[in-house]
Structure formats: structure tokens, C-alpha cells
Design a binder for this molecule. Structure first.
Ligand SMILES: [Zn+2]
Length: 412
């Protein structure tokens, strides 16, 4: 698994750093103390004390014996159910909440449809806090990551601007922390496409890949980059914002003021307008995003010419934008996420075609894949970063020695 940065770094003591190294090593499976010592570069005597502490925190447990030469050694494994992370999602039309264990398994999830812009920031945060309480059901998460569709100043934990929600300078992390009774530093807020890129690099089309570009299709179009295993943020945290890349100099004027931005061609509403006349059920908000995209997919499959032409034009626009990104960043893989994933069978080829026409096309080119996680990629990435906090600092969960260990030296 590629390690991804858990957000702002909190300095930890050398002992805590060693606890963290052991816990991360155990993600790959059970290990003996000798194996842990070798992998982490820590003496075996020190490993024994550290394992006792991790066990006292409930984070590891015995996992049988490793047979070999001489005496079999005792194995320990990650106790994945000992702590949980919380991922929260805010989109224009819904709130989502997912609780996962330390291996990313979903323990509980809920979504709630809502007109988030109409609710406003504070009522939205109330709704989100309420939804979080229901999925947590009394559990206390080790970390919370909130996915939002906008520009996030990750260092300040502030959503600077979300056009679809009409929110500016929203202190989301503080507002969520207050509603959940958590310390503000336990809550991280990040852009939906950044988190989608993390989700894909952890468990999706980019698993095991170090350089990944994630293109997220929704009402707007966003992009997220994972480079060397970490989110590439740029100077102010706004890297990857590709929605306003110019792709058609003779195209429509975009609300941002430029002409022919990617979003004017690839935003969901623009594609639906191109695919069907006004008044068509394809524009019915009651169907939700998934329903309208499903209907569009159905029409293209059965040969509806107008729908097929709209999706073909979408594929060309994505290709133009992806070529620009690929020239600058040279990713291993480009993942088409959000609603683009559902239309992947018609979008991947046009994007590949544009990439193969590049001057460097004789070189092995980057892969283009539809997201296997679809619209859940951002929440998957958010949940990963929420639990990642514990893999950076295992002392976030309290030490509770078993009765037999109370005479042992209590770690500090
Ligand atoms: Zn624009």
C-alpha cells in the first residue's frame, strides 16, 4: 500500500515514531518480533517493549506461531477493528458519512439527499454532524476527513471557495470538530478530487502506482494528483484545478470569465444540455445525478444519436485537457472518476487517442482507466486519511494495560 500524507504533521517523540513504524509494517500482514526488528531497523529488545505497548493500546494482537528453524516465534498482527476513521462528504445534492476500520473496511455508511446550498453553511454542518453521529453510534474516531467540492487551504483547514455551494472561507474543520466534540486537529478538510486521487491510489485504478492524475466529473470538473505517494498540493493547495483549462478557443463563455473552459464542455449539466432538448427527463433534478447519468448511458447504449454525439464531444474535450496535464506531469495513470467513470466505455478511447497523437507518443504512454470506485472514490480516500492519522501517531488511542501487564513499566 502506498503511504499517503495524513495532512498537517504533528511532531512525535522518537518512541512514538517507532510505534508508528511497527504499526505500518503490520499492515502487510502478521510478523514476528524478529521480522519487525529487521524491517523497521529497531533492536529486537526494543521491539518487544513497543509491541507490548501497541498491545496495551489494543492495536495489535497475537496471530499464532511462525514455524521455522529452532523455536517457533510468536506472530503479531494489526487489530484492524480496534479503532475507526470517519469520512464525511459534502456535495451540492447530498451529505455522506462512512466509518471504516484500520484496513479500510466499511463498518457503517449513510447518505442523505439535501439542497446543500439552500441550507447554508451552519445548517449544513448541523446535518452533517447529525449524520456522523448516526454512523458512529457512540464510537470515537481517531480522525475525520471531510471531502468538499471546492478550493481548500489545507494548511489553514479552511474551504476558501465552493462555487456550487456558494460558500467562502468556511472553517469546516472547526465547525465539524465542535459538533462531534473532537479536537480541531482531529478533523481535516480536503478537496473532493484530491481525496478521489488518494482513494484511487489506495484501492482503485492506481493501486501501487506512484504518479496518478484523477479527473473528477460532477456539476464541475476537478482534478487531483498523487505524486510519490502524497497529494501534490502546490503553493496554496490549489494544484490540479483543471476545470478551467481552455479546451475550445471558439467555445462558450464560462462563468469564470474565460472562453471554452473544460467545465463548459465536461460539467454534467453542459453534457446533459448537449444530449437532450430542454424539458427532456434527462434534465429532471428528481432523478438525482446517478439517475440522470444512468439514463444518458442507457440512451448512448441504444444508439440515441444526440446523446452519443454529446458523449463523443465530452471524450474529445477530456482528451485535450488530459494531454495538457500529461505533458506537464507525466503520470503513470489517468483515472476518469465521478460521473465520467459511468461513461468510461465511451470516454477512455478518445482520451487515449489524443494522448497517442502527442510528440512523445512513441514512448510508452500513461494508462487511462475509468475509476472502479466511481462516485465513492473521494470518501474512500477520506476514510484512508482519517485512519492514517493513527499510523502516524499510535498514541492517539489510550493505553489500557491488561491486568497481567499492570506491573510492567507504563509507557509514556
Ligand atoms: Zn472557466
Amino acid at each position: 500500500m502506498i503511504a499517503t500524507d495524513p495532512g498537517p504533521h504533528v511532531p512525535v517523540s522518537p518512541r512514538t515514531a517507532n510505534l508508528a513504524a511497527l504499526l505500518r509494517a503490520l499492515r502487510a500482514g502478521p510478523l514476528s518480533r524478529t521480522q519487525l526488528a529487521t524491517r523497521c531497523g529497531i533492536t529486537k529488545a526494543a521491539v518487544s517493549g513497543l509491541v507490548t505497548e501497541l498491545s496495551g493500546r489494543g492495536l495489535v494482537r497475537p496471530a499464532g506461531l511462525l514455524a521455522g528453524h529452532g523455536r517457533p516465534s510468536r506472530l503479531v498482527e494489526l487489530n484492524a477493528g480496534s479503532a475507526c476513521g470517519l469520512a464525511l462528504g459534502v456535495e451540492a445534492g447530498r451529505f455522506s458519512a462512512v466509518v471504516t476500520d484500520l484496513e479500510g473496511r466499511v463498518l457503517a455508511e449513510r447518505t442523505e439527499t439535501a439542497d446543500v446550498a439552500a441550507l447554508g453553511l451552519h445548517r449544513s454542518m448541523d446535518e452533517l454532524g447529525f449524520l456522523a453521529g448516526r454512523v458512529l453510534d457512540g464510537e470515537r474516531p481517531v480522525g475525520v476527513t471531510v471531502s468538499v467540492p471546492g478550493l481548500v487551504d489545507s494548511a489553514a483547514a479552511v474551504l476558501r471557495f465552493a462555487p456550487t455551494l456558494r460558500w467562502r472561507d468556511a472553517e469546516i474543520a472547526d465547525l465539524v470538530a465542535a459538533r462531534l466534540g473532537l479536537a480541531a486537529d482531529a478533523v481535516v478538510v480536503d478537496n473532493e478530487a484530491n481525496l478521489g486521487a488518494v482513494g484511487e491510489s489506495v484501492a482503485g485504478a492506481g493501486a501501487g502506482v506512484r504518479e496518478l492524475f484523477y479527473l473528477s466529473g460532477g456539476t464541475g470538473v476537478g482534478g487531483g494528483l498523487v505524486s510519490g505517494g502524497a497529494i501534490l498540493r502546490g503553493a496554496r493547495g490549489f494544484a490540479g484545478e483543471v476545470g478551467h483549462l481552455p479546451v475550445d478557443p471558439s467555445g462558450e463563455r464560462c462563468p469564470c470569465g474565460r472562453v471554452g473552459c473544460l467545465e463548459t464542455k465536461a460539467g454534467l449539466n453542459a453534457v446533459l444540455r448537449a444530449a437532450a432538448a430542454p424539458g427532456d427527463p434527462l434534465h429532471d433534478p428528481a432523478l438525482g445525478v446517478d439517475g440522470r447519468v444512468g439514463l444518458l448511458k442507457h440512451r448512448v447504449s441504444r444508439g440515441d444519436r444526440r446523446a452519443a454525439a454529446a458523449v463523443s464531444e465530452l471524450g474529445f474535450a477530456l482528451g485535450v485537457a488530459v494531454v495538457t496535464v500529461a505533458d506537464v506531469l507525466d503520470p503513470d495513470v489517468v483515472v476518469l472518476g465521478g460521473y465520467f467513470a459511468a461513461l468510461g466505455r465511451w470516454l477512455v478511447e478518445p482520451v487515449r487517442r489524443e494522448l497517442s497523437a502527442r510528440p512523445l507518443a512513441h514512448e510508452p504512454s500513461c494508462r487511462v482507466e475509468p475509476s472502479p470506485l466511481g462516485t465513492s472514490a473521494a470518501l474512500r480516500g477520506a476514510a484512508h486519511l482519517a485512519t492514517e492519522r493513527l499510523f502516524a501517531d499510535p498514541t492517539l488511542v489510550p493505553f489500557r494495560p491488561k491486568p497481567s501487564e499492570t506491573t510492567a513499566e507504563a509507557p509514556v
